[in-house]
Design a protein. Sequence first.
Length: 116
Amino acid sequence: QVQLVESGGGLVQAGGSLRLSCATSGSIFSITRMGWYRQAPGKQRELVAAILSGGTTNYADSVKGRFTLSRDNAENTVYLQMNSLKPEDTAVYYCHVRLAVGSNYWGQGTQVTVSS
């Protein structure tokens, strides 16, 4: 079992920045993938960024160069630094963790709203 606690969402003007945090606890030794997804109203949930256990990081094309995903192993926390935010980044952002056995865990979601 893995528990995820998200924080850092909010309202920001276009061009601004936010940092999302996802603190993990539980069976974190078996995590193979951590990252963030987002879901805008009327749209499917999509990958924003993910980091694999070996350190490789993948980003959606729409956020490359603006968002940075990082992991603090000492604090068992993953961060998503979001810069140059755009109104189309508005969504509920979900932290995601995948274990070696294939189980997936999701955070409760945090709202990010970017005003134009």
